[in-house]
Structure formats: C-alpha cells, structure tokens
Design a protein around this ligand. Sequence first.
Ligand code: HEC
Length: 109
Amino acid sequence: MKVLKIAVLSIVALGLIFSFAFAADVAKGKTLFNDTKFGGGTSGKSCNSCHKDGSGIDAAKKEFMGGKAKSLEAAVNMCIEMMMKGKAIDAKSADMANITAYIKSLKGK
Ligand code: HEC
C-alpha cells in the first residue's frame, strides 16, 4: 500500500509541476496581441489594430472565419499570415497558448 501511495503522490506532484510550467499566461498573450511583429508580422499592424480589445472575435465559437478555420488557433494563424503578413506559428507553442488564453479572457467584451 505504501508503494501505491508514493506512486499516486508522485503523479499528483508531477501533474502540478507540469501544469505550472505550461499554464497559459494571459498577460504575455496581451503583449503578443499588441505586438506588430508577432509571428514575424510586417504589415505594421498588431491584432489589436483590427480587433481592439478583442472586437470581432467570439472565442466561444466552434468555427471561425465563416467555417474556414476549424479552431481558434487556426483563425489566429490565418490572421497572422493574411492580415499581418507574418508566418503561422506552432499551434502547440507557448505563444499560441498565451494569445488564445488572452483572447478567451476578453469573452463578452
Ligand atoms: C488587418 C486587420 C486584421 C489584423 C491585423 C488581424 N485580424 Fe483577425 N480578423 C480580421 C478580419 C477582417 C476577420 C474576419 C474574417 C472573416 O470572418 O472571414 C478576422 C478574424 C479573426 C478571427 C476569427 C473571428 C471569427 O469570429 O470568425 C480571429 C480569432 C482573429 N481574427 C484573431 C486575430 C489575431 C489573434 C490577430 C493577431 C495575430 C489578428 N486577428 C490580426 C482582421 C484582422
């Protein structure tokens, strides 16, 4: 039984460490949202130039861009490429986690 307890406790501890390490950071997301160079953007515009404080984005939807983007991450990358003239970023990167967390925090505004 002792071994089992130790195993369970280690799993819980590891889980906590990982969730802290990968917790999305809304403040960092806000910085990216206002950064004209996010995604290597060369248009001189930031997300916030067109989506002031999240306007025009309903993060609760299942599809975006009238169905062309199947996820929020895909929509973010479409805007990076088409609107900011940058390069799509890794959908699983910390930057993507942070900016989507920020966008979701704007819900209802
Ligand atoms: C030059 C203006 C412009 C910039 C800069 C821009 N967007 Fe957009 N964005 C738009 C327009 C216009 C649409 C609507 C396109 C459509 O519905 O087909 C849109 C749509 C979206 C959507 C989907 C909204 C929906 O409800 O379907 C998301 C999410 C989004 N943008 C996020 C971002 C993020 C994040 C950035 C910065 C990386 C960004 N946008 C930069 C103009 C811009």
